[in-house]
Design a protein around this ligand. Sequence first.
Ligand code: NCD
Length: 305
Amino acid sequence: MKNIISANQFKKSEIEKILSSAVLMEKAYKKNKIKPILKDKIVACIFFEPSTRTRLSFETAALKLGAKVISAENALENSSAHKGETIEDTTKILCSYADVVVIRHPIAGTLDKAAKVATKPLINAGDGANQHPTQGFLDLYTIKKEHGRLNNLNIGFGGDLLNSRTLKSLVPFLRLYSGNKFYFISPKQLELPREFIKDLKENEIAFEELRSLDEKLGELDVLYMTRVQKERFANEKEYNKAKDLFIFKKEHLKKLKKNAIIMHPLPKINEIEREVDADPRAAYFRQAQNGLYVRMALLCYSLGL
Ligand code: NCD
């Protein structure tokens, strides 16, 4: 039994195995020849925060592999959490019903608490602004598929870096590969937490912090845009001040390398102009599709299969 709580828990060898398993899942999926490896298993998906892709791709992954799914969306309202039940008690109960438990929660660190009492594999589907390791895996898979490598890349992250849990899972993966350089592009109020930057410095990871999207656009192999995370702001006024500061526009495409890709975990709101979607370098819908294969691989990994 293996929990998936944080990107930081994984060694490179384990990451490589999971990515290879996802390649096999994609091949089987495309040939319509998926083996029902999870037959007789029950996967619980309990989401205390909104989700489209993460929950539905986990559920599809489980069903494709022959598992059955029990699920609670809007669990802050629709589960006993609404009555005041602790995450520990909820987790114990879920583990007594299901074989794998996938949880998303608005509070950072909740999955660590749940892991202390879990008796079945636990998968973090996003905890506050902290971690989103399965998104990190699907982002890594996408970069490898699109560029054919995970090293010697210039990767720019644009937008709300302070609150992006997907960045905080992808960067720990990418820094395991040599020759990568990160460009963190955000307004001051949405910059990465200083302890994250301190850790990069201490580990001699190559990076720059920039305040303008245009500055290094021509050098990037990957531009990873993020949504301004409205739900993490203290109030609407603060959100409104930040929400339109960084927009990737159609005219930016001219500056981008021919083989660069634009990624986004989705949902996107204003941060990428609609016209950009039609450019072949816009990889975000392909990225979301990859989530299915990667989550099939991760469900098997968590069960030791
Ligand atoms: C992301 C998330 O929930 O952190 N979405 C996702 O899982 N694909 C990004 C976001 O909500 O902005």
